[in-house]
Design a protein around this ligand. Sequence first.
Ligand code: 5GP
Ligand code: MG
Length: 175
Amino acid sequence: MKVLFSEEQLQQGIKRMADEINQRFSSEPLTVICVMTGSIILVADLIRRLEMPVKLGSVHASSYYGETSRSELKVDTSMLPDLMDSNVLIVDDIFDTGHTLSAVHQHIKPLGAANIGTAVLLYKHGRQELDFQVDFIGFEIPDQFVVGYGLDYQGIYRNLPYIGVIESQDLAENQ
Ligand code: 5GP
Ligand code: MG
């Protein structure tokens, strides 16, 4: 595994994001929405650095192949608390084409929040297919497939404490 961001670097990036979020929302209550499953570790670390009263909710986003050959996104919002008139921050692991965060945003928009912000740990260069503004970004990365710190490859590697790029020998070891 090639390490892209060590544990220390990740914590520095998360502290930077938390400082910006604390500044933006000040002492106003904030409902943080974890986009499952990839952002679970990020959310756990991020909310412990937030200084306002925080509520926590989650949505599950998954892509599946519907009747067309194009991958479609399913967003399950059934686990959300009441968002009426609240400040909401949607947190995802990585922004790649932008379809996931945009779909989650579309599902949350009708639920009555006063403000909806977005945050991602990683933002991939040159992959965006939608004009969608992310408010808080941890790190920009080149177009590489990354794992660890919540991100998986075929369900594994989420528990790595760092972000890494899989090398061919890693795949051989996991066969
Ligand atoms: P998007 O919808 O922006 O194209 O992709 C976002 C989702 O695709 C992420 O939430 C994540 O689940 C997955 N994804 C995109 N790039 C990567 C990557 O480099 N590594 C991993 N593990 N997942 C990725
Ligand atoms: Mg994801």
